[in-house]
Each structure stands twice: as structure tokens, then as C-alpha cells.
Design a protein around this ligand. Structure first.
Ligand code: SF4
Ligand code: ZN
Length: 306
């Protein structure tokens, strides 16, 4: 009979092919929490007294980060606040918003909902049904980053935590290699510190946790999450790259870890060679930090209204 390799319990919920570990529910939950907290210390993601803004979509990744960071919040090590961004994707975003609100309320964490409509006077659906010149994820990513950064400043956050997991991170690495966007690679990592202090530091506590384990964690912890996929996600190149890595992982279970480790070794070299020098100013339209006269969000807003 296969038993838990840590405590010997008979009911195993996961066999980790990459490490050979078999774990029961309690050992899996405990081990995963310890791993995330260890990574937070190892990469110095959070300092005592930080005010962390959780980008809480209601999906499994951000709910898991919230659950683990809550243990630091409860012990008064950090302050915590959450924001949910409503892009205006009909039939998809509503459930996530409700779930995010419920979790924040349950944990007694301040929570704000910010919509594309309020910020940019349009919704992602409207952009995509009118004369969109780009893919949905391009608009979505730029607008969400703009909102997150402004929200962080409004609430006085010192860190922004996102739910990016190991799969997301390896997808980003591979995507940028394949597209030849080497400069973008310089910004990938557990912690993104911008040269402008008007951009809040972003952290990814789940960067070394595979997506499958995130899903198992929220199930094991019985946390309600929004499991539906975004209707626009399949359109993206990221989706295709994600499928490719998943396929490879079936026969090569350590491939995502090795991609990440290899990239982390290479990153200082890439950074040295490819970090562009530029002066960070202010967008003349919205006042947000920008290296050019207009920030990307404003360029998109103007394009949409043409
Ligand atoms: Fe936005 Fe694309 Fe993610 Fe959908 S899949 S939420 S459009 S970034
Ligand atoms: Zn702007």
C-alpha cells in the first residue's frame, strides 16, 4: 500500500513525480505553506510591516496567496488589503468578483473593486466587439497593470502580490524567448522592482508552485474559487505555449523547474546586456509614470476612441 512519505498516513492525495514524494492531505497542505513562506524569506519578498495589496481575482492562484499571506496578517507581521479588477467580461468575471468579496470579508481584509468601465470608460467586451487592433490579453494586461499600480499608491501599499504560479512563469519565459522579446525577460522574476518609485514592487509568492498543486491546495483547504477559464484565454499565444509545456511535462516532469532554474542563472547576464537606460517621467494624459509622453494605457484609450 502506498502511504504518505512524511507521516505514513494511508490516504495519499498527491504523488510528486519530480521529487518522488507521496503526501497525505495534511502533509501536503503543511508542506506547501512552508514552501511558499520559505520562498518569501529566500527571495526577500516581504518585510515586516509591509502593506501588501493582494491582486485578488477570485481564481485559485490569488485565493491561495491570500490564504497563505493571511497567516502573516493574522500575526500582525504585515498589513493586507485586496483589490479585484473587473475587466467587463460578461458571463465570466461576475462569479470571481463575488468569491473575492466573500474571502476578503471572511478574513476581515479591506477590499476594493475597480472596473475598466470606471477607469477607462469602456469594457474589455466592448473593445473586442468594436474595432480592436490587438488581442484581448494585450489590452487586459496593460489596463490591469495601470489599475494595480494606481490602486497600490491610493491605498499606500508597499508591495503588490499576484498569483503567478510556476506554469505562468515558465510560459512567460518561453514566450518571450520564442518572440525574441529579450528585454521583457529582464523583468521576469520573483520580485519586480522598477526604477521609478512610483511603481510599487510586485511579488509572486507562488512562482515555484505548479498550477496542479495550486488547484489541489484550494481543494484540500476547501476554499471557494472561481475555476472557469476566461473566454479570451485560448486566443492568446500564451495559451498555445502553455499547452506545449503541459504536454512536455507529461514525459519530463521536471521541465518547468529546470526552465525556471536555467532562466534564473541566465538572468543576471541578460539584465546586464539588455537593460535599457531611460528616464522615467509622467504620462501627460493621466499622470502615471511613463518613459514616453503617453503611457501604454493612454495610447490604447486613444486608439480605441479613434
Ligand atoms: Fe485578461 Fe487575457 Fe487573462 Fe482573459 S485571459 S483575463 S483577457 S489577460
Ligand atoms: Zn497615461
Amino acid at each position: 500500500m502506498k502511504t504518505c512519505t512524511k507521516c505514513g498516513a494511508p490516504e495519499v492525495i498527491i504523488e510528486k513525480k519530480h521529487s518522488g514524494q507521496r503526501l497525505c492531505q495534511d502533509c501536503f497542505i503543511q508542506g506547501t505553506q512552508q514552501k511558499v513562506l520559505k520562498d518569501i524569506r529566500k527571495y526577500k519578498l516581504i518585510d515586516k510591516g509591509d502593506k501588501v495589496l493582494m491582486a485578488l481575482s477570485g481564481g485559485k492562484d490569488s485565493v491561495m496567496v491570500l490564504d497563505i499571506l493571511n497567516s502573516l496578517y493574522e500575526r500582525n507581521i504585515i498589513e493586507m488589503t485586496a483589490v479585484t479588477i473587473d475587466e467587463g467580461i460578461k458571463g465570466y468575471r461576475e462569479d470571481g468578483v463575488r468569491i473575492a468579496e466573500d474571502h476578503a470579508k471572511r478574513l476581515g481584509i479591506e477590499h476594493n473593486l475597480v472596473t475598466f468601465k470606471d477607469s477607462f470608460d469602456t469594457t474589455l467586451d466592448d473593445i473586442m466587439t468594436s474595432s480592436s487592433q490587438r488581442g484581448a490579453c494585450t489590452y487586459c494586461g496593460v489596463f490591469r497593470r495601470w489599475i494595480l499600480n494606481r490602486e497600490a499608491r491610493d491605498v499606500g501599499a508597499t508591495k503588490i502580490a499576484t498569483g503567478h504560479n510556476l506554469d505562468d512563469e515558465t510560459q512567460a519565459i518561453l514566450m518571450n524567448y520564442l518572440e525574441g522579446n529579450i528585454e521583457n525577460l529582464t523583468r521576469i522574476g520573483p520580485k519586480t522592482v522598477s526604477r521609478s518609485e512610483k511603481f510599487t514592487v510586485k511579488i509572486k509568492p507562488l512562482r515555484e508552485i505548479p498550477e496542479k498543486e495550486v488547484a489541489l491546495y484550494v481543494l484540500a483547504r476547501e476554499l471557494e474559487v472561481h475555476f472557469a477559464g476566461c473566454p479570451y484565454s485560448q486566443e492568446s499565444f500564451r495559451g498555445e505555449v502553455g499547452q506545449f509545456i503541459k504536454q512536455l511535462s507529461q514525459n519530463h516532469p521536471t521541465i518547468m523547474y529546470s526552465t525556471l532554474r536555467g532562466f534564473d542563472k541566465l538572468k543576471p547576464v541578460i539584465k546586464k546586456e539588455f537593460t535599457k537606460e531611460f528616464n522615467m517621467g509622467k504620462c501627460t494624459r493621466c499622470g502615471e509614470p511613463s518613459a514616453h509622453e503617453l503611457c501604454r494605457a493612454c495610447i490604447f484609450c486613444i486608439e480605441i476612441n479613434e
